[in-house]
Design a protein around this ligand. Sequence first.
Ligand SMILES: [Zn+2]
Length: 117
Amino acid sequence: MTLSEKQRLFTKLVGELITWSYANGYELTFGEAQRGKLQAEANAAEGVGIASSNHLRRLAVDLNLFLNGEYRVDSEAYKPLGDYWKSLSTSECECAWGGDFHKPDGNHFSVEWNGVR
Ligand SMILES: [Zn+2]
């Protein structure tokens, strides 16, 4: 699968995640999707991301979760979305949830590319 093909599949899968979320009582707003190289490097220097982030490749999105109108920042609140997201994985496209990362990042949804999640 080429990068362009994976980017298009990722976008389609994010649509499915959003649809599932609203059908299950979750509301969302968009956070960061594409990130520039300088921002990724600055984030990495501050320890809030990695310089090779999949946000650079249009393979990651941060979604802001609202439950009963309340904005949630705790990764645990995002777990049902993370579980659903991972269930969309196929043999050629691994969907990764930031809540599983060494440093949990619950609002981050991405697909694997060359070992980066
Ligand atoms: Zn992210």
